[in-house]
Design a protein around this ligand. Structure first.
Ligand code: HEM
Length: 400
């Protein structure tokens, strides 16, 4: 065993050059249930960290022992304006809300969007390439399609995506001082998005459309959720629905710039490789670094005693590099199969937007494959200062 001071995998500043994968590997081998002391004013003081694939998976499917109800982030509560949403709930409340919206995310419904997303992706890539062969892969490419898609699903006008981009950066990367220079900035963004959500519902009551919020309101315009639950849902969908997929696309582009042979493999045989490439991008990117749980009772695991009430971190990025599950886990391999990554979580909270995210990734890659022979980095990559999301803020790319 080590002392708690030896390994730190949660201080946001450590993620400046990407997730500390070497530390994760050490923890998997030596301290798979790690008693982590945190030293960040925005985060709680202590938690357990699960780093092995088996343990993250087992805890994710056992909500009776590992509850989501006290939140899935390590942020200190005092700095945090809570809205109840499904990700922060256990069953039966969780199921009640998930069922209300899951109809809008079934593979069947989303398949009808497929051609349309292909067209949107085409427009996004046209715009990105129109400015020349060098551009910021985040604003010009990765951010656009997820924002357009989630705006359409929610029934928000496409031009509002720029505001949603700014708000969700603040809310989801709240540990980054560039986004959140003062605690007020976080509150302000949450309140602005909440206000926006209520305005959107009012608009849909007056003028219903073919979208999720109109579907929730139903023909009588009655919201089946309390105001707070509705606001929590919009916060979750607009935030989770764009930032994570943006990160997946961005890290995919970065990986293809770093491993040009993998881009060549994908281009040589898109039909045979796209499915596995998409899963590999998610595994590689692990856009959500962790979600946390709260132990509901004392639990003994690998010789450690997790006490009722303790916070437990499910470190997906580490689980996705577990050498007992993935052969040569630090190799980016677009043909990797099997690929049982946990990038979308596991169990009752399995990502509601997983099918949507996969369709978006496919749409972008399908458009880029015939048009880009290779990606190169045209400057330094700037990552968000966050240990919650593996997010990139600036990705200077040159394409040939
Ligand atoms: C590559 C992109 C994405 C990644 C990596 C990702 C990752 C995740 C993860 C790890 C969870 C599990 C949370 C937990 O167990 O506590 C989750 C849940 C969720 N995701 Fe995603 N997500 C992505 C895209 C999306 C999109 C596009 C949407 C919606 C439009 C979305 C909506 C949700 C929702 C609503 C939940 C909560 C489900 C529940 O609590 O039952 N996600 N996501």
């Amino acid at each position: 065993m080590t002392t708690t001071a030896r390994v730190d995998v949660l201080t946001p500043a450590l993620y400046g050059d990407g997730a500390p994968y070497g530390q994760f590997a050490w923890l998997r081998a030596n301290a798979p249930v790690y008693d982590h002391v945190l030293d960040d004013p925005n985060l709680i003081e202590r938690c357990w960290v699960l780093t092995r694939h088996d343990d993250v998976r087992a805890a994710s499917r056992d909500p009776e022992a590992f509850s989501s109800a006290d939140g899935i982030h390590l942020r200190r509560k005092a700095t945090h304006q809570f809205r109840p949403n499904m990700i922060n709930m256990d069953d039966p409340e969780h199921q009640r809300i998930r069922k209300l919206v899951s109809g809008g995310f079934t593979p069947r419904v989303l398949r009808t969007f497929k051609t349309h997303y292909g067209e949107l992706a085409g427009q996004v890539v046209d715009r990105a390439l129109a400015g020349g062969d060098t551009f910021d892969g985040i604003r010009a490419l990765a951010a656009e399609l997820p924002l357009l898609a989630i705006c359409e699903i929610a029934g928000a006008p496409a031009e509002d995506r720029f505001r949603i981009f700014e708000w969700s950066n603040v809310i989801l990367s709240s540990e980054d001082p560039q986004y959140v220079p003062t605690p007020d900035a976080f509150q302000t963004a949450v309140l602005a998005l909440i206000h926006y959500a209520q305005e959107l519902a009012d608009r849909k009551r007056r003028q219903p459309g073919d979208d999720l919020i109109s579907a929730l309101l139903g023909p009588d315009g009655q919201m089946p959720l309390t105001d707070e639950e509705y606001e929590g849902l919009v916060l979750l969908l607009l935030g989770a629905g764009n930032e994570t997929t943006r990160s997946a696309i961005a890290q995919g582009l970065l990986a293809f710039a770093e491993y040009p042979d993998q881009w060549a493999t994908l281009r040589d045989d898109p039909e045979g490789t796209l499915d596995t490439a998409i899963e590999e991008v998610i595994r590689w990117a692990s856009p959500v670094n962790y979600m946390s749980r709260t132990a509901t009772r004392d639990i003994e695991l690998h010789g450690q005693l997790i006490r009722a009430g303790d916070k437990v971190v499910l470190l997906y990025s580490s689980a996705n590099r577990d050498e007992t599950v993935f052969e040569d886990p630090d190799r980016f391999d677009v043909r990797r199969t099997p690929n049982h990554h946990l990038g979308f979580g596991f169990g009752p909270h399995f990502c509601l937007g997983a099918t949507l995210a996969r369709i978006e990734l496919r749409a972008i890659l399908e458009v880029l494959i015939p048009r880009v022979r290779r990606f190169e980095l045209a400057g330094p990559v700037v990552r968000a200062r966050s240990s919650f999301l593996n997010a990139i803020k600036e990705l200077p790319l040159r394409v040939a």
